[in-house]
Design a binder for this molecule. Structure first.
Ligand SMILES: [Zn+2]
Length: 198
């Protein structure tokens, strides 16, 4: 007698669902510290080498990024005076940066138009992240100067860091690492699609 079709068996005729890649600390080499990310960049989209020649536009990743296409530049949205990009080194999944196009370091050097647009893009980024990922909270802010923690101090950038309850519970303490479960391009594409509707 022939076997009945197994209703739980995967149907080879249908396309596999889009997989969101996830990588975890135990699978990756390195020497983690409290700010170590688990995600290993598979595309060095806007950082080349360790050269820190970022005092000028030349070598500045935030100046180079808008010249690339959206995927290569990790760009979520392009505004008039400022743009929204994924952080290549996210503190949490969906960590966005709002940057003026102008290579300017200090918040007081922004024009009125840049100030307003960065504020509006920050609000919009929060709406988009909430719509896509149901973030429960955010950390917003700018580090002004290397002494204050700015990784690229010469070109200011507003951080939008989504937070979830329990997002940093035992992992940073026990594992001294932070989980970043989605690859940047997956997240960037979701945010870019949601930007027009959120
Ligand atoms: Zn720059």
């Amino acid at each position: 007698m022939g076997a009945e079709p197994d209703p739980t068996a995967p149907d080879a005729s249908t396309e596999a669902p889009v997989q969101v890649s996830a990588e975890f600390a135990t699978d990756l080499p390195g020497v983690p510290d409290s700010l170590q990310r688990l995600w290993t960049p598979h595309r060095m989209a806007y950082v080349s080498g360790e050269a820190k020649s970022r005092d000028s536009e030349r070598g500045c990743p935030f100046c180079a990024s808008p010249g690339k296409d959206d995927a290569a530049g990790l760009i979520v949205h392009r505004g008039e005076a400022a743009f929204v990009t994924m952080n290549l080194y996210p503190y949490s999944p969906g960590h966005l940066l709002i940057c003026p196009y102008r290579h300017v370091a200090d918040y007081t050097d922004l024009t009125a138009a840049e100030t307003v647009e960065i504020a509006e893009l920050t609000q919009k980024a929060m709406r988009v992240v909430r719509a896509v990922s149901k973030a429960a909270g955010f950390n917003l802010g700018m580090n002004q100067g290397e002494v204050a923690g700015a990784g690229i101090a010469a070109h200011l950038h507003q951080h939008v860091v989504p937070r979830w309850l329990g997002d940093a519970n035992f992992m940073p303490i026990i594992g001294r690492t932070k989980p970043v479960p989605q690859l940047l391009e997956d997240t960037r594409r979701l945010f870019a699609q949601a930007w027009s509707t959120a």
